[in-house]
Design a protein around this ligand. Structure first.
Ligand code: NAD
Length: 266
């Protein structure tokens, strides 16, 4: 499941699809060498767009996009999004951020910087260029939720100094920044709250439950299930997993992730 929220500012170019013709766009993807980002790269490249990936390779790998290296429409830039970058583009997908707990807890301050300073840099660039921008957020903005499943209208239940706070609060500020820019600067933005997703190119050491299961199975080890690590009581645990394969359907910021698997533990 992915919740995509819309803000359509007046006076901003609303679409690049006119008279049933698709126009080639120059698109920047931060975090494009990561798991989700690299599938987005594939989709947009196959549609014939020009794609620029900006990534610091903290969790992403060149091998995820190596099949496009050398293509005239593709560019890969090694850059940390905490520092400003200026490239002329029509649209920006901002995915740069570690996503799995071991990775984002490895350097909590850096995780916060990536989701705050990084997002400010991206929104500032989009404002100057009048480019559309999509920010990848997360279901973790709901924290340890009191209600399941969470509707968009639910504001969450987050511990601001808990072990996941660097990510949860970082993404919450990222969303707040996005809507503040949209309102104040009349920008065209989207925020996508992605829920637990797994699939090809996921980091082997991602540390989340599905890849852990697969690793343990491959190593012929006992498969472990931990439900209490972050104090969610068994009766209220609802875990949803979404399988992301080469099927991210993107129609210029209207993103649908095809759901193949879904497990509920109640
Ligand atoms: N995979 C999921 O289940 C899931 C769930 C919710 C939200 N998300 C969000 O989707 C986005 C992509 O997640 P993913 O699963 O592909 O993770 P990933 O770790 O595979 O990809 C993240 C990418 O961002 C890059 N990156 C990190 N910090 C950076 C920085 N400071 N500058 C430049 N690049 C940087 C990494 O090198 C990597 O390529 C993230 O924003 C994440 O929060 C993912």
């Amino acid at each position: 499941m992915m919740q995509v929220m819309h803000h359509r500012a007046q006076g901003v170019k609303a679409t690049h699809r006119l008279e049933n013709k698709i126009y080639i766009l120059k698109i920047k993807i931060t975090g494009g060498a990561g798991f989700v980002g690299s599938h987005l790269v594939d989709k947009l490249m196959l549609e014939g767009h020009e794609v620029i990936v900006v990534d610091n390779f903290f969790t992403g790998r060149k091998s995820n996009v190596e099949h496009w290296i050398g293509h005239e429409n593709f560019e890969l830039i090694h850059h940390d999004i905490v520092n400003p970058i200026f490239i002329e583009v029509d649209e920006i997908y901002h995915l740069a951020s570690p996503a799995s707990p071991p990775h984002y807890m490895h350097n909590p301050v850096k995780t916060i910087k990536t989701n705050t300073l990084g997002t400010i840099n991206i929104l500032g660039l989009a404002r100057r260029l009048k480019a559309k921008v999509l920010i990848a957020s997360t279901s973790e903005v709901y924290g340890d939720p009191d209600i399941h499943p969470q509707p968009e209208t639910y504001w969450g239940h987050v511990n601001p100094i808990g072990p996941r706070a660097c990510y949860d609060e970082g993404k919450r500020v990222s969303e707040t920044l996005t809507y503040a820019y949209a309102k104040q600067e009349n920008m065209h933005v989207r925020v996508a709250r992605i829920f637990n997703t797994y699939g090809p190119r996921m980091h082997m050491n991602d540390g989340r439950v599905v890849s852990n299961f697969i690793l343990q199975a491959l190593k012929d080890e006992v498969i472990t299930v931990r439900l209490f690590k972050f104090s969610r009581p068994l009766h209220s645990v609802l875990i949803l997993f979404f399988y992301l394969i080469d099927s991210i359907a993107i129609e210029h910021f209207s993103i649908v992730i095809h759901i193949i698997g879904c497990i509920e533990i109640i």
